[in-house]
Design a protein around this ligand. Structure first.
Ligand code: FE
Length: 241
């Protein structure tokens, strides 16, 4: 079997949200598709370990917010690479509560589709929720929707571990060289890439929002600094050629 064939399937990227009657959560999904038109039914696939999956199982509703193409990794990071068990993903995002009670994301989105679950299919690692549309709307008529291909090829994003498209994106850990001191010198002002989300640390730009001024070599960043997109520590970054 050549699983490279899977890469020939096209996808969009969406934020799928739900609630448990009290709290909101959501995550990025590429497994979103329309099944029927009249009445309109949609399906979403969701990893069993995701908090949003638990919420959909409880409330029996889910909302699809369609991401716009013009979006950056810093917005996508918390939705794709961090868990609602660790952070409040809604603290710094504009949203409103829809008909189902689940939130509709208003930042970086162009449309929403609200659904009530009609059918649930267990697919092993994931659950496929099939829902009937109860409301839908356009938020921005002019922006293009974000596709998975654009995310991979232009934004240079990786797949989160719980995504169906995840194939072990983590790059091989760097091996130790014989002349470590010389190697370190040579790497001084090199760019480093987060092995989890694909965020690139550029020493020229630094990371001013977290107090790292432009011109700071990666090696000089404090060890407790974390990826501004997905939150992993320095040790999960790899030097780029
Ligand atoms: Fe990261």
């Amino acid at each position: 079997m050549n699983s490279s064939a899977f890469y020939k399937i096209t996808y969009g990227l969406y934020i799928v949200t739900s609630w448990d009657g009290e709290n909101f959560n959501g995550h990025i999904s590429n497994t979103v598709f329309q099944i029927t038109a009249d009445p309109a039914w949609f399906a979403v696939g969701s990893h069993k370990k995701n908090l949003t999956t638990e919420y959909i199982q409880k409330s029996k509703v889910f909302t699809i917010s369609v991401l716009q193409q013009d979006v950056d990794m810093k917005f996508l990071g918390p939705w794709g690479f961090q868990s609602g068990r660790d952070i409040d993903k809604f603290a710094a995002v504009d949203y409103r509560v829809g008909k189902t009670g689940a939130p509709i994301i208003l930042d970086n989105t162009i449309a929403f589709i609200e659904n009530e679950v009609e059918s649930v299919i267990d697919t092993g690692t994931h659950i496929l929720f099939i829902g009937k549309v109860v409301d839908a709307g356009i938020l921005d008529e002019h922006q293009a929707p974000l596709t998975y291909a654009f995310y991979r090829n232009v934004i240079k994003g990786l797949s989160p571990e719980n995504a169906p498209t995840y194939t072990g994106d983590k790059l091989a850990q760097e091996g130790g060289g014989s002349d470590k001191v010389a190697l370190k010198e040579a790497q001084k002002m090199k760019k480093y890439r987060c092995s989890v989300c694909g965020y690139v640390y550029d020493p020229e730009a630094g990371d001013p929002p977290t107090g790292i001024p432009p011109g700071t070599a990666f090696e000089d960043i404090p060890d407790d600094w974390s990826c501004p997109v997905c939150g992993v520590l320095k040790k999960d970054f790899e030097v780029m050629d």
